[in-house]
Structures are given as C-alpha cells and as structure tokens.
Design a binder for this molecule. Structure first.
Ligand code: ZN
Length: 179
C-alpha cells in the first residue's frame, strides 16, 4: 500500500493524520485582530489552540456494543422471575386464577426480555466486522487544513471536512451504519 499524503485538492503536503488529530483533540490555527494600546491600534497575529469541533468532525465511529441492553434486560429477567415465584406462592390462596395469570405473565415477560437480548447481541455481532472495516479505512485518512479537506492516503478519495461527510464516507466504504 503506497501512502500518498499530498492533498488531492490543493497539493499541500502538510496534511496531518486524522487519527493523530483526534488523539490530540485540539487543532491549531492562526487568528488575527486588532488591539488598542497606548492610543494606537495594533494589528496582531497569534496562534490559537482550540479544543475543537475539528476533532469531533474527524472522530471515528464508536465501537458497537450491547452491554447496556444486556444489563437492563438481565435485571428485568431477574425481576420478572422473582415476581413470578412470589405469584406462585399465592397459588393456594383464594385468588388462584389471578396468581396463575400473574405468574404466566411474569415468566412470559422474562422470556421476551431474554429474546430481546439475544437479538441485540446478534445485531452487534453482525456490526462488529463492518465497524472494524470502517476503522481500517479511517486509519488511512489525512486532513489538509489549507483546503479543509479529508483525504484517503491510499485511494486518494477526498471529501470536505464535516461530521456528516465523514459518516457517509465510512458507511460507503464499510457498510457500517452509525445510526
Ligand atoms: Zn488541501
């Protein structure tokens, strides 16, 4: 794989690796303005560092995981199983019909939750290889601040810098959907 860090839009070769920009979380630029000192206006130029929207725009897609779903689902299953058992203990009381109904409802709910967790995990399992492909592609990206362009150092594809463009590009390369 030949790596070409020349910007395909403006030819600038001072592009920075996108992963390095995001890791740093900051971007630097030059700002200019005027200050009034000793009855006179002075033009000043200064380097500014900002915690940026640049790093946000260039960030990679988050790794898919189903931990939250599994956690909430498991708590739900335990709760419905316990409620089911409590209902079972009321079986010999006067309200047998209600106790049986309640018990079946709770255990049914638990079964549905278990199924949801399975489906959620399967979905994440399918997304993971796509996400890995997106990350591989993301790792080839460079950013040129002269033309505000993101470009692929291997394929020379390029797009204007924005969160939207980044997500679309990675999705088109990997099939990984962010939303
Ligand atoms: Zn450029």
């Amino acid at each position: 794989m030949a790596i070409n860090i020349e910007c395909p839009v403006c030819g600038n070769t001072s592009g920075k690796k996108v992963s390095a920009i995001v890791a740093a979380g900051t971007s630097s630029g030059t700002g200019s303005g005027s200050v009034y000192v000793n009855d006179e206006w002075h033009n000043v130029t200064t380097n500014v560092n900002t915690k940026t929207s640049l790093a946000v725009d260039l960030s990679p897609p988050p790794e898919p995981n189903s931990a939250v779903l599994s956690c909430i689902g498991t708590i739900g299953i335990i709760f419905s199983a316990l409620t089911g058992i409590v209902s079972f203990m009321f079986l010999n009381s006067e309200d047998t019909g209600f106790a049986i109904g309640m018990m079946l409802f709770c255990w049914g709910l638990g079964a549905v939750l278990a199924l949801l967790i399975r489906v959620g995990n399967a979905k994440v399992g399918k997304q993971l290889p796509l996400w890995e492909r997106a990350m591989e592609c993301w790792d080839q990206l460079y950013y040129c601040d002269q033309s505000d362009t993101v470009f692929n150092s291997v394929t020379n594809e390029h797009f204007p810098r924005s969160r939207w463009a980044m997500e679309n590009y990675l999705e088109s390369k990997s099939g990984f959907k962010l939303k």
